[in-house]
Write a protein that binds this ligand. Structure first.
Ligand code: MRU
Length: 358
């Protein structure tokens, strides 16, 4: 299994995704500030992996705190949460990961639990979230595998694989599950400019699993769809609004329109932690703007004239009407998404969780 991130006695160890595919090196974060840097600099990336990293950042921050009283520790927890929350704005899993640990902390602190017990409880919870993420990916695979063709080529955009989760992957997990069940699937991986998650990461991890993979430039999918060479599209998500609009890596929206035009199913695979029931529609999702140098430079070499204007939104929003189905660990959602999401929420969220989303 690909060790995207790992809790160690010495800290949280991250596979440095900025160095892939050429170097397999690790970055050990020994405090919460380093975890925040790792998330901001995209050493770890992908919504589910970011969520568990944030939880581990909260846990390491609380565990390493030298605060002697609960009020002092509570003040520190607020600073830790704020630091982590300011790293990346779009993937809602980040805020979910922070909240899971903060809620546990608040419950234990309200009962005057001794600090050493709180520390063990938050570390245990963050480690459990890691295992639960892998289990959720496997469940998405089980629910989604039969949606993919028995034989054919599936297009994916960005990296929604083992590297974007704690293992197995969301979109790539569904592909893996289909192949494990006997489907003969080849993958087209969009290169995903400008950060090249498809060319560098999706291709790397699928090749490790001997899954036939071809990298496409981002502008090639339309021609290949027209030639009948793509039977399905599957992507991950960074945030799904209550009406089923999907924020994912920039370029996803265009692919969804192409899929619709060519009558190709367009699937989204995401764990429930990616659902944001408090956001009614996609236009309200904050879109991260990243540095111009990601666009102007390639491998350290400048590719554009000095001083030219640059846009670099890291994500776009695919309207729900282009989404054939959303695959979660709890089952497959279909349109109308407002209703199907609400009814899945009722089956899977506790009363207090539901109350905070309405
Ligand atoms: O900027 P990134 O690399 O964090 O963006 C990642 C994506 O857009 C993924 O498709 C998404 O997080 C889903 S990962 C299972």
């Amino acid at each position: 299994m690909i060790p995207t991130l790992e809790w160690l006695p010495t800290g949280v160890n991250f596979l440095d995704q900025t160095k892939l595919p050429l170097e397999e090196t690790y970055v050990l974060a020994t405090d919460y500030k380093q975890v925040a840097t790792v998330i901001r600099d995209m050493i770890v990336r992908g919504a589910p992996a970011i969520g568990v990293s944030a939880a581990m950042g909260m846990a390491i921050g609380i565990d390493r705190s030298t605060a002697k009283t609960l009020p002092a520790l509570t003040e520190e927890v607020a600073v830790i949460a704020k630091t982590l929350a300011e790293t990346r704005p779009t993937a809602v899993n980040l805020f979910w990961g922070i909240d899971e640990i903060r809620n546990l902390y608040n419950n234990l602190a309200a009962k005057n639990t001794p600090i050493p017990e709180i520390k063990s409880a938050v570390v245990a919870k963050a480690r459990r979230m890691y295992d639960e993420d892998i289990a959720a990916c496997k469940q998405m695979g089980a629910h989604g595998a039969s949606l993919l063709p028995q034989e054919g080529t599936v297009l994916t955009h960005c990296n929604a694989g083992a590297l974007a989760t704690c293992g197995y992957g969301s979109a790539l997990g569904v592909i893996r599950a289909a192949i494990e069940r006997g489907h003969k699937i080849d993958v087209f991986a969009d290169e995903t400019r400008p950060f090249l998650q498809g060319a560098r990461l999706t291709a790397w991890e699928l090749m490790k699993d001997n899954i036939p993979t071809t990298v496409l430039c981002d502008n090639m999918a339309a021609a290949l769809m027209r030639q009948g060479r793509i039977q399905a599209v599957i992507v991950g998500a960074d945030r799904i609004a209550a009406n089923g609009d999907v924020a994912n890596k920039i370029g996803t929206y265009g692919v969804s329109i192409l899929a619709k035009e060519h009558n190709i199913p367009f699937y989204v695979a995401a764990p429930w932690s990616t659902l944001d029931l408090a956001t009614s529609h996609g236009d309200l999702i904050p879109i991260e703007q990243r540095s111009a140098t990601e666009v102007t430079h390639s491998n350290g070499r400048q590719m554009t004239p000095h001083g030219v204007a640059i846009e670099n939104p890291a994500f776009d929003v695919t309207p729900a009407k282009y989404v054939t189905a959303i695959i979660t660990e709890h089952g497959v959602l279909r349109a109308p998404y407002e209703q199907s999401i609400q009814s899945m929420a009722k089956q899977n969220l506790s009363e207090p969780e539901l109350a905070t989303t309405s």
